[in-house]
Design a protein around this ligand. Structure first.
Ligand code: DSN
Length: 410
């Protein structure tokens, strides 16, 4: 930091301001987390200076003696974290979740083939076939929805739709779905219709490693994940597929989509994966879920509607329609009180994605800071106060900043 301060005051000041913002606010964005200092240190290592196009021990550059060992070690750590054997192949090179998903599609499908996935407005992801994403432009997309009454996945209805649509790929795994995903049911549906099953576990990877959510691996053909959400690593992604699919998918990462892997990120991912197999991480994953359930319960006590009635994981969607406020205003108001969230559509939302009817809350980041159920009660109370009495925001912001001092970012 001292070097930056001496050389570049503008960037140094921005780094300091961002540190202050993060330290003094409560981060309820479900996809964000604070990686450990060891993970962050690996990100600043000299691996950042190394090019290594290709796969381990099959490169196009010299100077590979450490990078080859590193990448192989991190692949092995990923297998260990998810309890996988020799029948799985790991690729830790994708720069992030979006290219990882696109590489899988281009590896397994021809353009125009059918993908069956959850609609974005029901909790899916842009890269699962939204019309504004290349995934929705290059492939024929059929979406399943959550059930209107239960607001949960209806595996019978998804099975029927799969028989009708005959997809070549089915996607399970979401950005805003708060219930346990029955990967076994998805595996059976995929088998019945002869589709590949891709599980995108970006949001819940850390919960899976920490045994707080069932694993997709017994049932999936390919699993993609980002590495920076509940897994608490650097910003990056992995593709893990059945060995038999390696030669279809991996060349789509490099040379198909990407150039040289980001070796500093891969080093940091290795550090995060070592942390993720510890008993402390298992306790973390379990606390993330306990905190989400406590936050949902206390919000319900303040008359907030939680989509599907609660949560089994790290995330919840709040339907604000009974509060006479829309998602955008709620997000902005909460931010002015030091509580950072994101607006989100709710299933069957009558409003637009730009100003939808809901907000999404998640507990990975606050749990990393050491907050527990008691703090979730306090946060729910602030959220309720600020939404019902906007004038309280500036006072709450001061209270939040003081409260945050007790919970340092690692
Ligand atoms: N944008 C991420 C999220 O917030 O869920 C997913 O890519």
């Amino acid at each position: 930091m001292k070097t930056i301060q001496a050389q570049d005051k503008e960037i140094f000041d921005l780094i300091k301001k961002e540190e202050k913002r993060q330290v003094q606010t409560i981060d309820l964005i479900a996809s964000e987390n604070y990686p450990s200092r060891a993970v962050r240190a690996a990100l600043t290592s000299l691996f950042v200076a190394k090019y290594s196009e290709g796969r381990p021990y099959k490169r196009y550059y010299g100077g590979m003696e450490n990078v080859d060992v590193l990448e192989t070690l991190v692949e092995e750590r990923a297998k260990k974290a998810f309890g996988l054997g020799e029948d799985w192949a790991v690729n830790v090179q994708p720069y992030s979740g979006s290219p990882a998903n696109y590489a899988v599609y281009r590896g397994l499908l021809d353009r125009g083939d059918t993908i069956l996935s959850l609609d974005l407005s029901h909790g899916g992801h842009l890269t699962h076939g939204s019309p504004v994403s290349l995934s929705g432009i290059d492939f024929h997309i059929v979406h399943y929805m959550v059930d209107q009454r239960t607001q949960r996945l209806d595996y019978g209805a998804i099975g029927e739709l799969a028989i009708e649509a005959r997809p070549k790929l089915i996607i399970a795994g979401y950005s805003a779905y708060s219930r346990i995903i029955d990967f076994e049911a998805f595996g059976k549906i995929a088998q019945k219709v002869g589709a590949y099953l891709m599980c995108d576990i970006a949001h819940i990877a850390g919960l899976i490693v920490g045994k707080a959510h069932p694993s997709p691996f017994p049932h999936a053909d390919v699993v993609t994940t980002t590495t920076h959400k509940t897994l608490r690593g650097p910003r990056g992604a992995m593709i893990i597929c059945r060995e038999g699919l390696r030669d279809k998918i991996f060349p789509k990462v490099f040379p198909g989509l990407q150039g040289g892997p980001h070796n500093h990120t891969i080093a940091a991912l290795g550090v995060a994966l070592k942390e993720a197999v510890t008993p402390a991480f298992r306790r973390y994953a379990s606390q993330v879920v306990k905190n989400a359930q406590a936050l949902a319960k206390h919000l319900q006590a303040h008359d907030f509607e939680i989509v599907s009635g609660g949560t089994d994981n790290h995330v919840m969607l709040v339907d604000l329609r009974n509060k006479e406020i829309r998602g955008k205003q709620a997000q902005e108001l909460l931010e002015s009180a030091g509580i950072v969230t994101n607006r989100n559509t709710i299933p069957f939302d009558p409003n637009t994605p730009f100003n939808p009817s809901g907000v999404r809350f998640g507990t990975p980041a606050v749990t990393t800071r050491g907050m527990k159920e008691r703090e979730m009660k306090q946060i729910a109370s602030w959220i309720s106060e600020v939404i019902s009495t906007p004038e309280s925001a500036s006072r709450v912001k001061k209270e939040v900043a003081s409260f945050c001092k007790q919970f340092p970012i690692p």
